[in-house]
Design a protein around this ligand. Structure first.
Ligand SMILES: CSC[C@H]1O[C@H](OP(=O)(O)O)[C@H](O)[C@@H]1O
Ligand SMILES: Nc1ncnc2[nH]cnc12
Length: 282
Protein backbone atom coordinates (compact mmCIF):
# COMPACT_ATOMS: atom_id res chain seq x y z
CA UNK A 1 0.00 0.00 0.00
CA UNK A 2 1.13 3.54 -0.75
CA UNK A 3 2.13 6.13 1.81
CA UNK A 4 -0.75 8.01 3.42
CA UNK A 5 -3.37 5.31 3.10
CA UNK A 6 -7.09 5.89 3.53
CA UNK A 7 -9.02 4.04 6.24
CA UNK A 8 -12.73 3.67 6.92
CA UNK A 9 -14.26 2.49 10.19
CA UNK A 10 -17.80 1.28 9.59
CA UNK A 11 -20.33 1.74 12.35
CA UNK A 12 -23.76 0.26 13.06
CA UNK A 13 -25.40 -0.72 9.79
CA UNK A 14 -22.23 -0.31 7.72
CA UNK A 15 -20.46 -3.67 7.93
CA UNK A 16 -18.96 -3.66 4.45
CA UNK A 17 -18.35 -1.35 1.52
CA UNK A 18 -20.39 -2.31 -1.51
CA UNK A 19 -18.77 -3.04 -4.86
CA UNK A 20 -15.24 -3.51 -3.57
CA UNK A 21 -12.53 -5.77 -4.89
CA UNK A 22 -10.85 -7.35 -1.85
CA UNK A 23 -7.06 -7.33 -2.06
CA UNK A 24 -6.38 -8.97 1.28
CA UNK A 25 -7.96 -9.58 4.66
CA UNK A 26 -5.39 -8.88 7.37
CA UNK A 27 -5.50 -10.55 10.78
CA UNK A 28 -3.67 -8.02 12.91
CA UNK A 29 -2.36 -8.25 16.47
CA UNK A 30 -1.22 -5.08 18.16
CA UNK A 31 0.60 -4.29 21.43
CA UNK A 32 -2.87 -3.18 22.62
CA UNK A 33 -4.67 -6.39 21.71
CA UNK A 34 -6.91 -7.54 18.88
CA UNK A 35 -8.99 -5.22 16.65
CA UNK A 36 -12.75 -5.71 16.23
CA UNK A 37 -12.26 -7.82 13.08
CA UNK A 38 -9.89 -8.50 10.21
CA UNK A 39 -8.79 -5.33 8.42
CA UNK A 40 -9.94 -5.49 4.81
CA UNK A 41 -7.60 -4.04 2.23
CA UNK A 42 -9.71 -3.29 -0.82
CA UNK A 43 -10.14 -1.27 -3.99
CA UNK A 44 -13.17 0.66 -5.14
CA UNK A 45 -13.09 2.35 -8.56
CA UNK A 46 -9.32 1.95 -8.50
CA UNK A 47 -8.94 3.62 -5.09
CA UNK A 48 -7.21 1.52 -2.46
CA UNK A 49 -8.21 1.73 1.20
CA UNK A 50 -8.53 -0.22 4.46
CA UNK A 51 -11.87 -1.03 6.06
CA UNK A 52 -12.64 -2.14 9.61
CA UNK A 53 -16.17 -2.71 10.98
CA UNK A 54 -16.15 -1.15 14.46
CA UNK A 55 -18.40 -3.76 16.06
CA UNK A 56 -17.13 -6.65 13.93
CA UNK A 57 -18.76 -7.84 10.72
CA UNK A 58 -21.47 -9.70 12.65
CA UNK A 59 -22.00 -6.84 15.12
CA UNK A 60 -20.87 -8.80 18.15
CA UNK A 61 -18.93 -6.11 20.03
CA UNK A 62 -20.69 -3.59 22.29
CA UNK A 63 -19.55 0.08 22.23
CA UNK A 64 -17.68 -0.24 25.55
CA UNK A 65 -16.15 -3.57 24.48
CA UNK A 66 -14.59 -2.16 21.31
CA UNK A 67 -10.80 -2.19 21.60
CA UNK A 68 -10.36 1.33 20.24
CA UNK A 69 -6.59 1.31 20.84
CA UNK A 70 -6.17 -1.91 18.85
CA UNK A 71 -8.40 -0.63 16.02
CA UNK A 72 -6.57 2.66 15.59
CA UNK A 73 -3.11 1.16 16.10
CA UNK A 74 -3.80 -1.61 13.57
CA UNK A 75 -4.89 0.92 10.93
CA UNK A 76 -1.99 3.25 11.68
CA UNK A 77 0.53 0.41 11.46
CA UNK A 78 -0.85 -0.34 7.99
CA UNK A 79 -0.16 3.23 6.91
CA UNK A 80 -3.60 4.79 7.38
CA UNK A 81 -3.35 8.57 7.66
CA UNK A 82 -6.85 9.66 6.62
CA UNK A 83 -9.55 8.03 8.72
CA UNK A 84 -13.21 8.32 7.87
CA UNK A 85 -15.36 7.24 10.82
CA UNK A 86 -18.93 6.25 9.99
CA UNK A 87 -21.35 6.22 12.92
CA UNK A 88 -25.03 5.88 13.70
CA UNK A 89 -26.26 8.65 16.01
CA UNK A 90 -29.36 10.03 17.64
CA UNK A 91 -30.28 13.64 16.93
CA UNK A 92 -30.61 16.24 19.66
CA UNK A 93 -31.76 18.99 17.28
CA UNK A 94 -35.03 19.33 15.43
CA UNK A 95 -33.20 20.45 12.28
CA UNK A 96 -31.21 17.18 12.00
CA UNK A 97 -33.90 14.57 11.24
CA UNK A 98 -33.48 10.80 10.92
CA UNK A 99 -32.12 9.94 7.48
CA UNK A 100 -29.87 13.01 7.39
CA UNK A 101 -26.11 13.20 8.01
CA UNK A 102 -24.25 15.33 10.53
CA UNK A 103 -20.54 16.19 10.31
CA UNK A 104 -19.63 17.06 13.91
CA UNK A 105 -16.51 19.01 14.76
CA UNK A 106 -16.40 18.55 18.55
CA UNK A 107 -16.89 15.73 21.04
CA UNK A 108 -18.13 15.66 24.61
CA UNK A 109 -16.91 12.66 26.58
CA UNK A 110 -19.77 11.37 28.72
CA UNK A 111 -18.45 7.81 28.95
CA UNK A 112 -18.26 6.37 32.43
CA UNK A 113 -16.78 2.90 32.31
CA UNK A 114 -13.10 3.80 32.08
CA UNK A 115 -12.46 2.90 28.44
CA UNK A 116 -8.77 2.90 27.62
CA UNK A 117 -8.36 6.31 25.99
CA UNK A 118 -4.62 6.65 25.36
CA UNK A 119 -1.73 4.79 23.77
CA UNK A 120 0.53 6.31 26.39
CA UNK A 121 1.14 5.15 29.96
CA UNK A 122 3.25 2.45 31.59
CA UNK A 123 6.45 4.36 30.96
CA UNK A 124 5.50 6.59 28.02
CA UNK A 125 4.17 10.03 28.92
CA UNK A 126 2.46 12.02 26.20
CA UNK A 127 -0.24 14.68 25.88
CA UNK A 128 -2.07 15.81 22.74
CA UNK A 129 -4.47 18.65 22.19
CA UNK A 130 -8.03 17.65 21.40
CA UNK A 131 -9.15 21.23 20.82
CA UNK A 132 -9.70 20.35 17.16
CA UNK A 133 -10.40 16.62 17.05
CA UNK A 134 -11.76 16.71 13.51
CA UNK A 135 -9.59 17.41 10.49
CA UNK A 136 -11.47 20.16 8.67
CA UNK A 137 -9.97 19.29 5.26
CA UNK A 138 -11.22 15.73 5.57
CA UNK A 139 -14.58 17.01 6.78
CA UNK A 140 -14.78 19.21 3.67
CA UNK A 141 -14.24 16.12 1.49
CA UNK A 142 -17.17 14.42 3.26
CA UNK A 143 -19.32 17.54 3.00
CA UNK A 144 -18.74 17.70 -0.76
CA UNK A 145 -19.55 13.99 -1.04
CA UNK A 146 -22.83 14.46 0.88
CA UNK A 147 -23.78 17.25 -1.50
CA UNK A 148 -22.71 15.18 -4.52
CA UNK A 149 -24.81 12.25 -3.34
CA UNK A 150 -27.74 14.60 -2.68
CA UNK A 151 -28.04 13.53 0.95
CA UNK A 152 -29.32 16.16 3.43
CA UNK A 153 -26.54 17.06 5.82
CA UNK A 154 -25.63 19.46 8.59
CA UNK A 155 -22.06 20.67 9.01
CA UNK A 156 -20.68 21.21 12.52
CA UNK A 157 -21.88 20.56 16.05
CA UNK A 158 -20.93 18.44 19.02
CA UNK A 159 -21.23 14.68 19.32
CA UNK A 160 -21.82 13.62 22.92
CA UNK A 161 -20.52 10.13 23.58
CA UNK A 162 -22.36 8.16 26.24
CA UNK A 163 -21.27 4.83 27.66
CA UNK A 164 -24.27 2.77 26.51
CA UNK A 165 -25.31 0.19 25.65
CA UNK A 166 -28.63 1.51 26.98
CA UNK A 167 -30.04 4.59 25.31
CA UNK A 168 -30.56 7.66 27.48
CA UNK A 169 -33.41 8.50 29.83
CA UNK A 170 -35.55 11.50 28.91
CA UNK A 171 -33.95 13.50 31.75
CA UNK A 172 -30.47 12.73 30.38
CA UNK A 173 -31.49 13.53 26.82
CA UNK A 174 -32.72 16.98 27.95
CA UNK A 175 -29.46 17.57 29.82
CA UNK A 176 -27.45 16.78 26.67
CA UNK A 177 -29.63 19.19 24.68
CA UNK A 178 -28.89 21.74 27.37
CA UNK A 179 -25.16 21.21 26.72
CA UNK A 180 -25.84 22.31 23.14
CA UNK A 181 -24.84 18.92 21.69
CA UNK A 182 -26.14 18.14 18.20
CA UNK A 183 -25.90 14.35 18.11
CA UNK A 184 -25.48 11.47 20.53
CA UNK A 185 -23.61 8.20 20.10
CA UNK A 186 -21.58 5.65 22.03
CA UNK A 187 -18.32 5.21 20.13
CA UNK A 188 -16.49 8.29 18.86
CA UNK A 189 -14.74 8.82 22.21
CA UNK A 190 -12.03 7.63 22.66
CA UNK A 191 -11.76 6.72 18.95
CA UNK A 192 -11.30 10.32 17.76
CA UNK A 193 -8.77 11.14 20.51
CA UNK A 194 -6.70 8.04 19.78
CA UNK A 195 -6.64 8.97 16.10
CA UNK A 196 -5.28 12.33 17.25
CA UNK A 197 -2.53 10.62 19.27
CA UNK A 198 -1.71 8.60 16.18
CA UNK A 199 -1.39 11.80 14.13
CA UNK A 200 -4.20 10.86 11.75
CA UNK A 201 -6.66 13.12 9.99
CA UNK A 202 -10.00 11.96 11.44
CA UNK A 203 -13.53 12.99 10.49
CA UNK A 204 -16.95 11.56 11.32
CA UNK A 205 -19.86 10.92 9.03
CA UNK A 206 -22.72 10.68 11.54
CA UNK A 207 -25.85 9.03 10.17
CA UNK A 208 -28.93 10.11 12.09
CA UNK A 209 -31.16 7.16 12.94
CA UNK A 210 -33.53 8.73 15.51
CA UNK A 211 -34.39 11.78 17.59
CA UNK A 212 -33.09 10.16 20.79
CA UNK A 213 -35.92 10.47 23.35
CA UNK A 214 -36.13 14.19 24.14
CA UNK A 215 -39.18 14.71 21.93
CA UNK A 216 -42.56 14.05 23.50
CA UNK A 217 -43.48 11.08 21.30
CA UNK A 218 -40.02 9.49 21.03
CA UNK A 219 -38.53 6.75 23.18
CA UNK A 220 -35.78 5.41 20.94
CA UNK A 221 -36.23 1.76 19.97
CA UNK A 222 -33.89 -0.52 18.05
CA UNK A 223 -36.84 -1.52 15.88
CA UNK A 224 -37.30 2.07 14.66
CA UNK A 225 -33.55 2.61 14.39
CA UNK A 226 -33.05 -0.48 12.21
CA UNK A 227 -35.60 0.77 9.70
CA UNK A 228 -33.73 4.06 9.22
CA UNK A 229 -30.32 2.35 9.31
CA UNK A 230 -30.98 0.53 6.04
CA UNK A 231 -31.67 3.76 4.20
CA UNK A 232 -28.73 5.48 5.94
CA UNK A 233 -26.42 2.70 4.80
CA UNK A 234 -27.45 3.31 1.17
CA UNK A 235 -26.71 7.03 1.59
CA UNK A 236 -23.41 6.34 3.35
CA UNK A 237 -22.28 3.97 0.58
CA UNK A 238 -22.83 6.70 -2.04
CA UNK A 239 -21.07 9.30 0.11
CA UNK A 240 -18.11 6.99 0.78
CA UNK A 241 -17.63 6.28 -2.95
CA UNK A 242 -17.49 10.00 -3.77
CA UNK A 243 -15.30 10.81 -0.78
CA UNK A 244 -12.80 8.06 -1.66
CA UNK A 245 -12.40 9.33 -5.22
CA UNK A 246 -12.01 12.94 -4.12
CA UNK A 247 -9.58 12.18 -1.29
CA UNK A 248 -7.48 9.89 -3.44
CA UNK A 249 -7.11 12.65 -6.04
CA UNK A 250 -6.47 15.36 -3.46
CA UNK A 251 -4.41 13.99 -0.59
CA UNK A 252 -3.42 16.85 1.67
CA UNK A 253 -0.74 17.39 4.29
CA UNK A 254 -1.81 16.55 7.81
CA UNK A 255 -1.20 18.80 10.77
CA UNK A 256 0.81 16.45 13.01
CA UNK A 257 -0.08 17.88 16.38
CA UNK A 258 1.22 14.81 18.13
CA UNK A 259 4.79 15.18 16.89
CA UNK A 260 5.86 16.78 20.16
CA UNK A 261 3.35 14.90 22.33
CA UNK A 262 5.75 12.42 23.86
CA UNK A 263 7.72 13.80 26.80
CA UNK A 264 9.64 10.68 27.76
CA UNK A 265 13.04 10.41 26.06
CA UNK A 266 13.73 7.28 23.99
CA UNK A 267 16.68 6.44 26.23
CA UNK A 268 14.19 5.75 29.03
CA UNK A 269 12.03 3.43 26.91
CA UNK A 270 12.08 -0.28 26.17
CA UNK A 271 12.49 -1.39 22.53
CA UNK A 272 8.73 -2.20 22.49
CA UNK A 273 7.86 1.30 23.64
CA UNK A 274 10.18 2.83 21.06
CA UNK A 275 8.40 0.79 18.38
CA UNK A 276 4.96 1.99 19.57
CA UNK A 277 6.14 5.60 19.39
CA UNK A 278 7.64 5.00 15.93
CA UNK A 279 4.30 3.70 14.63
CA UNK A 280 2.32 6.54 16.20
CA UNK A 281 4.67 9.24 14.90
CA UNK A 282 5.03 7.81 11.40
C1 LIG B 1 -27.74 0.35 17.06
S1 LIG B 1 -27.73 2.04 17.40
C2 LIG B 1 -26.56 2.22 18.71
C3 LIG B 1 -25.14 2.02 18.32
O1 LIG B 1 -24.88 2.64 17.06
C4 LIG B 1 -23.81 3.53 17.19
O2 LIG B 1 -22.59 2.84 16.95
P1 LIG B 1 -21.56 3.30 15.80
O3 LIG B 1 -21.00 4.62 16.21
O4 LIG B 1 -20.53 2.24 15.76
O5 LIG B 1 -22.36 3.39 14.52
C5 LIG B 1 -23.95 3.99 18.63
O6 LIG B 1 -22.81 4.65 19.08
C6 LIG B 1 -24.25 2.73 19.32
O7 LIG B 1 -23.10 1.96 19.55
N1 LIG C 1 -30.21 7.85 20.44
C1 LIG C 1 -29.00 7.32 20.44
N2 LIG C 1 -28.22 7.36 21.55
C2 LIG C 1 -26.98 6.82 21.53
N3 LIG C 1 -26.46 6.21 20.47
C3 LIG C 1 -27.20 6.14 19.37
N4 LIG C 1 -26.92 5.61 18.17
C4 LIG C 1 -28.00 5.79 17.40
N5 LIG C 1 -28.96 6.44 18.05
C5 LIG C 1 -28.50 6.68 19.30
Amino acid sequence: MTEKAIGIIGGSGVYNIEGIEIIKEHTVETPFGTPSDKVIQAKLNGVEFYFLPRHGRTHGVLPHEVNYCANIYALKSMGVEYLLSVSAVGSLKEECPPGSMVLPDQFIDWTKGGRRRTFFGEGIVGHVSTAYPIDMKLQKVIEKACAGADVPHHVGGSYICIEGPQFSSKAESHIYRGFGATVIGMTNVPEAYLAKEAGMAYATLAMVTDYDCWREEEHCSVEEILKVMKKNNESAQSIIKLALNDLNANKFDINKENTFAIMTPEEAMTPEQIEICRVLKK
